[in-house]
Design a protein around this ligand. Structure first.
Ligand SMILES: [Fe+2]
Length: 246
C-alpha cells in the first residue's frame, strides 16, 4: 500500500492544493496527523478535502482549540486570535467533523499515527532526548507524528537515537529505506506552516510493501495564502512567517 502522510495543514488551501497536485497518482490512501485548521484563512475547504480523501485522521491541538474542545489559555495571543476566528469561520458540519477526530495513537496496518508524541498528543518531540522517551511508548516500529512543523524525525538503531534531517533546500525529496531492526519516528513536516527554515509545503509518501518512505517538499502559492490571511483580518505575522518557513 502506498500512503500519503499529511500533517499540520493549518487551513492553508494553497499549500494543500500544491501537495495534492504533486502527490496525486502516487498514493493509494491518504492519512493525516492532525492540525487541519488554525492560523490559515481557508479552514472549510481544507477540512472538506480531508473529510473526502483521508481514511484516518488524528486530532491536533488546534483542531481541539478551534472547535471548543480545549480552552485557549495555553495559546499565545496570535494563535488564540486565529482559533477564535476559525471557530466563527468553520461550518457546523466541519466543526463537528473536527470535534469527533480521535486522539492518537491510531494503529494502521503496521504503523501508528500520532499528533504530538505517543504518550501525550500535545507534547513536542523536537530533540533526541524527547524522541528517546517517545520510542519507549511505541507499539510499532514506525510512527508518524506532527505538531513541531519540522520535517524529519528520529531513528532508533538498537543502540542509540539519531536525527533524520529535513530534506535539503537544494532537493525536492529524500528517500529512507526502512530497516526492520530499527524503529522510526517520522515527521512528514507541515503543509500549511513549515517552521524548519524551508517555506515549501512538506509531506511524505510511504510504501509499506517496498518498506520505503520518501520525504517531499513542494513550492506553492505563498503570496496567495498570505493575501488570504491578510484579507481575513488575521494577524500579519501569520502571513509573514510563510515566506521564511519559521
Ligand atoms: Fe500544528
Amino acid at each position: 500500500m502506498r500512503y500519503l502522510i499529511l500533517s499540520d495543514l493549518h487551513a492553508n488551501l494553497q499549500a494543500l492544493d500544491a501537495v495534492v497536485a504533486a502527490a496525486t497518482g502516487h498514493y493509494d490512501q491518504a492519512l493525516c496527523c492532525g492540525d487541519l485548521v488554525g492560523y490559515g484563512a481557508n479552514p472549510n475547504p481544507v477540512v472538506e478535502w480531508v473529510r473526502a480523501h483521508c481514511s484516518h485522521v488524528v486530532r491536533g491541538n488546534h483542531d481541539k482549540a478551534c472547535t471548543g474542545l480545549d480552552d485557549l489559555e495555553w495559546f499565545n495571543p496570535v494563535a488564540r486570535h486565529a482559533a477564535l476566528w476559525t471557530q466563527h469561520a468553520l461550518s457546523p458540519d466541519n466543526t463537528e467533523f473536527a470535534r469527533q477526530l480521535p486522539k492518537g495513537p491510531l494503529l494502521i496496518e503496521n504503523f501508528e499515527l500520532v499528533h504530538g508524541s505517543p504518550y501525550d498528543e500535545d507534547e513536542y518531540v523536537l530533540a533526541v532526548d524527547e524522541a528517546t522517551q517517545a520510542f519507549n511508548y511505541l507499539e510499532r516500529r514506525l510512527t508518524f507524528f506532527g505538531h513541531t512543523h519540522v520535517q524529519g524525525g528520529f531513528i532508533w538503531n538498537r543502540s542509540r537515537v539519531e536525527t533524520i534531517a529535513r530534506t535539503s533546500l537544494r532537493c525536492d525529496s529524500q528517500v529512507i529505506e526502512i530497516d526492520r531492526d530499527c524503529a522510526y519516528l517520522v515527521n512528514p513536516g507541515s503543509i500549511g506552516q513549515p517552521r524548519d527554515g524551508d517555506p515549501r509545503a512538506a509531506y511524505v509518501l510511504y510504501d509499506s510493501d517496498a518498506s520505503m518512505l520518501t520525504y517531499y517538499r513542494v513550492e506553492y502559492d505563498v503570496a496567495g495564502a498570505q493575501k488570504a490571511i491578510r484579507n481575513a483580518g488575521l494577524p500579519d505575522i501569520l502571513a509573514d512567517r510563510l515566506s521564511v518557513g519559521r
